[in-house]
Design a protein around this ligand. Sequence first.
Ligand code: KIV
Length: 279
Amino acid sequence: MSATAEKIAPLPGDIRLMKGQHPIVSLTAYTTPMAAAMDAHCDFVLVGDSVGMVLHGLPSTLGVTMEMMILHGKAVARGLTKAMMVVDMPFGSYEESPQQAFRNAARLMAETGAAAVKLEGGRTMAETIGFLVKRGVPVMAHIGLTPQSINTLGGYKVQGRAEQAEAILADAKAVAEAGAFSVVLEKIPQKLADRITAEVAVPTIGIGASAGCDGQILVVDDMLGLFTAFKPKFVKRYANLGDEMQVALAAYAEDVRARRFPGSEHVFADQAPQKDAKK
Ligand code: KIV
């Protein structure tokens, strides 16, 4: 391989081996251009079911379907050459039985080209995770605040405080022992995230967890300031593209109303310009 060889997308096993080496960088993406923009910066890109809230205006992730995940998974795959792609299993596509989970995970991987799927749940999903992994489906687990369960969790509250901490630790151990290659820790106390990171063998990917996790993930529209309906405490805004977009949209509307757009450089003459005779 030459010194300038292109980076090859990692596989789940490579991500697993990054624990204790260097921090794992990841973001969500839902479209080809956004995936292409982050490809060189991320180790993996998640086609999150947050797509339902961020792009489709749904009130939660519960209404997200397999068809939506496949459509957005295919779009993201077209933008990636260097980063690994993980696709979320939507609510209702895996909880019923390991067999149902396998059918839908296999479909997601076959139709989108994803290297792995992510599903929410700890000890209750351990059997399903083992079933999938033994049949060729790499699984990223997601514990702590699991947004598909907001109706039983009672909203988007911090999980794992005080006496709940042992239960979340048990979830992390159960999914790792079942064969998950990594585990997302969402909205749990920092100390608990650090303890899980120290005690489980697979990489922890934090979102609202701790800088000590093995990696971090954010919803891209949150960190770019494109999704402004609300901002969770754990989101750091790296840009305010939503504000910049408003400035551009208002300028366009003003130009059209004042007949300043299109300008002479944007319109076409009756005759095509003469080609330079010397060329
Ligand atoms: O759906 C999603 O975007 C996620 C991340 C927030 C981890 O699950």
